[in-house]
Design a protein around this ligand. Structure first.
Ligand SMILES: Nc1ncnc2c1ncn2[C@@H]1O[C@H](COP(=O)(O)OP(=O)(O)OP(=O)(O)O)[C@@H](O)[C@H]1O
Ligand SMILES: [Mg+2]
Length: 456
């Protein structure tokens, strides 16, 4: 049996008192009453059911409304719902906040009144646009409570009723103030980024300049030391020759003159002057070509190749390194008579100087220092190896040997650029390879490989 809501009166279940004379008639009447009562009970039960269903539907409707309301309220963009004539039917809190008015003040008003006067004509045309199904997407300004423009990027879409008939339109508007602020922030971030990039570029330029100066200084160091050595020797020769000539001009007798000649080693001195001057000129030429090639350090580019014999270049490199050093290790040569190449002679010379200089440096504390230099050709490649019996390269340094500024030498005595420069010259400028491993002499072995024919 259904429950009895308080709002419905309880049906009469008992028949009223009946005082009819005849028993048969009374039974028929009773039957009629029973049917009426049953019928009423059924109707009452239906009524109760309808009421319960109605209450449920009402609750659902309220839920749905609350849900829609919460969604509308949570939208930060402006929302305006209008009927087909452009009268405001519903707005969201974001709109009310933007214009500083209460909902009751604007419902039923023409839409354009919410906007700045210059947009009235445009907004009055919205219903027309909606009917003709054209897309509305534009920038307009609301008027806030002080009458100041509140810019919005709006778009407008049609709204249909349950019979799918056009019943109005919905305007959504994104406050441009926020977008403009985001844009300004982005612009500021971009400016900061540009400034940082500029600084980075500047410091990278300074670093490159530092590398350039250090690289040039590294390459100039050797020919200049060589020139110094030669100039000191020439100054000594000049002093001795002057002494000898003064003696002759002073009328020295022949025996004394001969003795002086031997003592001052005048014959050796005269024979050594030619090569000394020649070597000094070579050194000066090298200095001048390094200076001319300054561009190579800042903008690496391949230099013109020339034909030359590698063997004299090796010999010259040995002479230079030995002359600039106070020590003279045993030099072991395993060289062919000639090894013709087409490449850049200056670069090859510079690489060999750096390799030999490193070998000399590594032999600083070796009791019987020795350097072996060998060369040959193999499958179209010329190879040159420089090895020594020094301590070799420590395993923990192997991966950093070619890095710029990596040095194990005391501060002031090594720049750590020799191998970095040599590697760049060997691979990028000469089209070859530079590698190293352990020498059977005990120290390091560096191997330079160069194409016999220069490839550009
Ligand atoms: N023959 C070698 N034996 C042992 N270690 C070597 C040898 N050649 C190079 N090295 C190691 O490699 C490092 C880097 O050599 P690189 O020629 O680049 O710079 P550097 O010789 O230290 O400085 P710079 O060339 O300016 O004099 C050296 O400090 C040394 O530790
Ligand atoms: Mg070096």
């Amino acid at each position: 049996m259904s429950k009895h809501p308080a709002s419905l009166p309880r049906p009469p279940h008992a028949p009223p008192h009946y005082r009819g004379p005849e028993r048969r008639n009374r039974r028929a009447d009773d039957q009629a009453w029973i049917e009426v009562i049953t019928q009423m009970d059924r109707i009452y039960a239906d009524l109760v059911r309808y009421q319960v269903e109605l209450e449920q539907k009402n609750a659902d409707l309220e839920d749905a409304q609350r849900f829609i309301q919460s969604v509308i309220s949570s939208i930060s963009d402006v929302l305006i719902v209008c009927d087909i004539n452009g009268q405001v039917q519903k707005v969201n809190p974001a709109l009310l906040e933007a214009i500083g008015q209460a909902e009751a003040e604007i419902l039923g008003r023409p839409l354009q009144q919410l906007f700045a006067p210059e947009y009235h004509a445009l907004i009055e045309g919205f219903p027309e646009h909606i009917r003709s199904d054209t897309v509305i997407d534009c920038e307009v300004s609301l008027l806030d409570h002080k009458g100041q423009p509140f810019p919005l990027a709006v778009n407008c879409s049609p709204r249909y009723d349950h019979d799918n008939r056009l019943s109005g339109f919905v305007i959504t508007g994104r406050p441009l103030g926020e977008l403009q602020k985001a844009y300004r922030d982005l612009q500021a971030a971009h400016e900061t980024l540009k400034a940082t990039q500029q600084q980075l570029l500047q410091s990278e330029k300074m670093a490159s300049l530092g590398r350039l100066v250090a690289g040039v200084a590294h390459e100039l160091n050797n020919p200049i030391s060589f020139l110094y050595g030669n100039m000191h020797a020439l100054a000594d020769y000049e002093r001795k020759l002057k002494q000898y000539l003064d003696a002759i001009h002073g009328g020295i007798d022949e025996a004394k003159r001969e003795a002086l000649r031997k003592e001052l080693r005048i014959d050796f001195l005269l024979s050594d002057m030619g090569p000394l001057v020649e070597g000094s000129l070579e050194g000066a030429e090298r200095v001048s070509s390094i200076v001319q090639n300054l561009r190579r350090f800042s903008m690496p580019q391949q230099q013109a190749a020339e034909s030359f014999d590698l063997i004299p270049v090796i010999e010259r490199a040995i002479t230079w390194v030995l002359k600039a050093s106070s020590r003279s290790p045993r030099i072991e040569r395993q060289l062919p008579e000639h090894l013709p190449l087409v490449n850049n002679e200056g670069h090859v010379h510079q690489i060999l100087i750096n390799l030999l200089q490193n070998a000399m440096d590594a032999l600083q504390d070796t009791a019987e220092p020795a350097i072996r230099i060998s060369a040959g050709e193999h499958q179209g490649l010329a190879w040159i190896e420089v090895e020594d019996n020094g301590p070799g390269i420590a395993p923990e340094h192997v991966s950093r040997i070619f890095d710029p500024f990596f040095t194990t030498k005391p501060v002031g005595s090594g720049t750590g650029l020799g191998l970095y420069i040599s590697y760049g010259l060997a691979t990028e400028q000469c089209g070859g390879q530079l590698s190293f491993d352990r020498s059977e002499l005990g120290g390091a072995r560096f191997r330079l490989e160069l194409p016999m024919e220069h490839r550009t």
